[in-house]
Design a protein around this ligand. Structure first.
Ligand code: NDP
Length: 280
């Protein structure tokens, strides 16, 4: 008899994490490449991170995602970082290798591949980004590396926006600047507008407090909020004639990159998207 009962395990550490829908999406991705792998959520508090990371090596995990509050704190435990993870200063994916753990950041890469899957190239584009938190950081670095011409970070905490703009100026060929977010703020002309704040995340029904005359027909407007898929912001942008892309698309592409890094196989995006839609 040659039955094989050990099932490769992956998962995510976070706190809180109970409402994270990644598991169904990731397991749909594994199934789509013919693998019966598992993805489990682990509620790991900040003080449990070091032990948790030792644990995944000892137990032979095939891969791990990190979310709040571990994305920055995990860096000292990595043997190496990808170029963009190093620039972003945060990781959301851990690759387990024989000689140690390696950190990658797929948040911004998921954004870029979601755009590309919709036939949109970032090359030469003028981008306006609302927010200067972790996701804004990952997205702006990857957009700059993908050839964006200009990025304006509109934020209420100027120190964070300016630090990010300086990093992009220094490390990439993209022009970057920060602009203070005041009520009804006028946005500079752009090709792509991105909401990278928490505004509109269920159960919040607010829209970003910007001047909506700045949204023009045929502009691309992306919200990174994954729940709901069609946020009030996207609804408004669509009514104004913009082409809209939702946060579930970015989440799926980010997850697919994780599946690929851990299994070496490209999963079926549509299968992952369907599983995510059913979960929300
Ligand atoms: P952070 O807390 O790091 O950043 C949030 C940002 O939003 C900050 O810049 C914050 O400003 C800004 N912000 C929040 N509320 C307001 C407001 N009322 N007015 C102006 N600015 C505001 O969070 P993350 O960047 O990690 O995540 C942001 C959102 O993106 C979350 O909802 C998350 O679910 C989503 N996300 C989606 C992903 C996907 O794949 N679809 C991937 C990663 C995140 P300040 O700094 O001044 O507080």
């Amino acid at each position: 008899m040659s039955e094989y009962f050990r099932i490769p395990t992956t998962g995510a550490f976070g706190d809180p994490i109970d409402e994270n829908p990644s598991g169904v999406m990731m397991e749909a991705g594994y199934r789509s490449v013919g693998l019966d792998w598992r993805y489990q959520l682990f509620q790991v508090p900040a003080e449990g991170l070091e032990d948790g990371l030792k644990g995944i090596r000892a137990m032979g995990f095939a891969g791990l995602n990190l979310t709040i509050p571990h994305k920055i704190a995990a860096i000292p435990y990595m043997k190496g970082l990808s170029k963009s993870a190093e620039l972003i200063g945060a990781i959301n994916v851990v690759v387990v290798k024989e000689d140690g753990l390696y950190g990658e950041n797929t948040d911004g890469k998921g954004f870029v591949s979601g755009m590309e899957a919709n036939g949109i190239s970032l090359k030469g584009k003028r981008i306006v980004l609302l927010g200067s938190g972790g996701a804004a950081r990952a997205i702006s670095v990857e957009c700059a590396l993908a050839g964006a011409a200009e990025i304006t970070i509109v934020c209420r905490t100027m120190a964070k926006g300016e630090e990010l703009a300086d990093l992009i100026w220094e490390k990439t060929a993209c022009i970057a600047k920060a602009q203070l977010w005041t009520s009804g703020v006028l946005l500079p002309e752009c090709d792509i507008l991105i909401n990278a704040t928490n505004i509109g995340l269920y159960p919040d029904t607010n829209v970003p407090d910007i001047c909506y005359d700045c949204i023009k027909e045929n502009m691309i407007v992306q919200d990174i909020i994954p729940n709901p898929a069609e946020t009030p912001f996207l609804k408004k942008a669509k009514e104004l004639g913009a082409r809209t892309l939702d946060g579930q698309s970015m989440l799926v592409h980010q997850g697919a990159l994780g599946v690929e890094l851990w299994t070496g196989r490209k999963p079926d995006i549509e299968a992952m998207k369907k599983a995510l839609r059913e979960a929300f």
